[in-house]
Ligand binder design. Sequence first.
Ligand SMILES: Cc1ncc(COP(=O)(O)O)c(C=O)c1O
Length: 349
Amino acid sequence: MTLRKNIAEMAGYVPGFQPADETAWIKLNTNENPYPPSPKVAEAIMAEMGNAGENLRKYPDAASRQARAAAADLYGFDPAWLIMANGSDELLNNLIRAFAAEGEEVGYVHPSYSYYATLAEIQGARVHTFGLTEDFRIADFPERYNGKIFFLTSPNAPLGCAFDNSYIEELAQRCAGMLVVDEAYVDFSDQTALELVKNYPNVVVTRTFSKSYALAGMRLGLAVAQPEVIAALDKIRDHYHLDRLALVAATAALQDQEYLTATLAKVRQTRDYFSAELRKLGYKVIPSHANFVFASPPDGNGERVYAALYKRKILLRYFSDPLLKHGLRISIGTAEEMETTLATMAEIG
Ligand SMILES: Cc1ncc(COP(=O)(O)O)c(C=O)c1O
């Protein structure tokens, strides 16, 4: 077997743990939405199936026209500025394939989404990580960054902090290559970099349906960028990358903004309540603009709290990384789930 050297040597990405007995857990480890998707999604899927699934024998629309039009309408762009995807992970992958050749540099912030590094490794691209300063700016970002792509997770995961648009615009000016603003969690915050796309040909904004739209199980994402970038991404994707059910799910979800707004309000309210209560327990909590919080217990031992809650069937995300091991990333569940989590944290101290 003669694997490429970088594939033979790479470890591969390890996604958040999905327990087999899912319903036995309070599952706060992968930032899923605790509420179901819009009821219009299930209706659209049932209708699309046709009688006993008869419609599934036909290929889907390779150009995702309806979903794309729905997204373009919602965000105020021409459809040529937008591409749908099989999860935003597909876009991150294709962005690297399109812009960073073997040996070329890809940059991102550490801590953020480590899948960027895995994708770069597969491509054989080099990785350059930048730290964050105390006030959540990128440490030592050069006046002119010459990497082929820089990934900015905004709001940041796993910390939850956001970057304001004037700062993102400054980064766009300083990047010689592409600036990918990964807005996986942006619906839980108050701002978006979408407008920057209009003036900056090197800015791409990626979104996911996995968090705010509660559709992690459908695998849906989208990107907004200038038409030349979208055309490049369109060229290299799998031609039938979205199945018929995912396509109608995306359209229905995008068209039910009333439902989205109500869900977001519940999650945000629970997040703010949970953060305040955790602080009362002596935890340090980074103000969050996402559907999770990063919190550190008074003894700075994230693993201890993770293990104690795990025993009680509450699943949080612990990272052994030296920059993160003092705390935990806790997804925001229902108000009831968060009360149980708080009570358990109070009990274990
Ligand atoms: C920052 C960030 N980007 C992208 C993704 C991938 O999202 P998707 O489910 O759309 O592939 C995630 C998922 O957790 C994420 O946290």
